[in-house]
Design a protein around this ligand. Sequence first.
Ligand code: URP
Ligand code: ZN
Ligand code: ZN
Ligand code: ZN
Length: 467
Amino acid sequence: MSKRTLVRGGLVITAADEVHADVLTEDGRIVALAAGGSDVAASWTADRVIDATNKYVIPGGVDGHTHMEMPFGGTFAADTFETGTRAAAWGGTTTIVDFAIQSPGQALREGLDAWYAKADGNCAIDYGFHMILADVNEHSLNEMDLLVQEGITSFKLFMAYPGVFYSDDGKILRAMQRTSHNGGLIMMHAENGIAIDVLVEQALAAGRTDPRYHGEVRKVLLEAEATHRAIQLARVADAPLYVVHVSAEEAVAELAAARDKGLPVFGETCPQYLFLSTDNLAEPDFEGAKYVCSTPLRPREHQAALWRGLRTNDLQVVSTDHCPFCFTGQKEMGRGDFSKIPNGLPGVEHRMDLLHQAVVEGHISRRRWIEIACATPARMFGLYPKKGTIAPGADADIVIYDPHAEQTLSAETHHMDVDYSVYEGKRITGQVETVLSRGELVIDGRKYTGRPGHGSYTPRATCQYLT
Ligand code: URP
Ligand code: ZN
Ligand code: ZN
Ligand code: ZN
C-alpha cells in the first residue's frame, strides 16, 4: 500500500528557487509540487499532513565529510554510526558520506568491507563512503577502478600525517592519473606534513607543548604550499581535484587562481573555520585541546576570505569533518604534548543551523545556504538529484525548518556522543523542526522518531559537478 505525506504551506527553498509550494511524497519519494493554495494542491490527499506555515521546506542536508568511529592516535572518534547519524538527523542532515579507511599494508577491499560492517544496520539516515588511500601501490591502484564501479567514487589522500596516512607526490600523482581514467575524484588533505613534523619536533624540544602550538606549527604557508602542489599534480594528471577542510585565506587564493584558469578544482570549508579561530586554541587550562583539528583553526582574519570564497564559488561546499573526541580521556591524551591530542571536532549536528545563522547575519543568501550544504555536495559526490533538492523523483529527504526559533548550542542539549561543544553558548536563530528521510519521520516536531537501520547505504555515481 502506498504511503503519502503532504507538506503544506511552507516556503520551499532549493539551490535554484524559493517558492511557496506544497510538496507531495509517496513511498519515500517526492512525486509533485504545486503552488501553495492552488486547486491542484488543495485536491491532494495524504496519510499524513505536515503544516509548514511560516516555515522553510528544504532538502535534507548532505554532509560529505564525516568520520564516525574513526581510529586516530590510539583512540576512536566518539560517535558511532548510530549516535552520529542520529545527531545528524537532529540537525537536519539526512545523508552523510563517511570515510572508509585503508590501513597501510591492507587492500582497499578489506578496509571498505570493515566500514560497510560498522555502518550496516546502525544508521538513522542514508550514508555513502569515500575511501581513504593510505597505501598507494599497484594493487590498490587497480582496486580504485573496481570501487568506482561499486559506488565509491572518491578517494582521500593525505599530504599530512607522515607514517600514518601520508602519500608522497609520486603516489599522489599515480592515484590522480588513475582517477583521470576511471572518473573518480581525489579529495586532498593539503598540508605539508613533512615540514610540519619538523616544526612539531622543534616546538616540543623548546617546551612549547600547549594546544595553541598545534595551530602555530601547522602554518598557513604549509597549507597554501600543499594546496598549490596538489593543484599542479592534478593538472599534470589531467584529473579533477577537491581540497577538503580549507582553512586559510592563502589556500583559497590558490583555488581561486586555479579556477580562474578554468581548472576543475574544488574546495570545501567547514563551520569551525567560519566561526572559530586561534583564540579558541589559546584558551587556558588545556581547554584549547577541544579545538585541535587539522587543518587547524586560523586567526579570525581568515574568516572573511572563506565567506567570500563561498559567495564567489571559489569554495563550493561546507561539510563538517565531524570527528569528535571527548575532552575527558581522549583530548587529555595530549596534556604536556599537543602532538598527542587526537585531531578532530564534533559538528555533524550543527552545520545546517550555523549556516542558517550565516544567512541571518548576511554572509550568504538562503539559496546559497542550500546550495553549499545540500545540492552541491550531492552533485560533487554523485548523489544528485536523489539527494540535495526538492523535486519530483528525488528522495523524500525533507526538513521543515523554523527560521524564527531561537536556540543556544550546548553540550547539555546536543545529541552527539561527546562531552563538550565547540559552540557552547552560541545563540542561533533558526531550528530544525521536522525531518523526513525517504518519507519516514526521523524528527517529528523536535522529537526523535527515527531508528537505527532505517538509513541505507547509498552507492554513488561519479562527480556530477564537472558537467
Ligand atoms: O582533524 C581532523 N580533521 N580530523 C579528521 C581527519 C582529517 O584529516 O580529516
Ligand atoms: Zn583531513
Ligand atoms: Zn576529515
Ligand atoms: Zn566519551
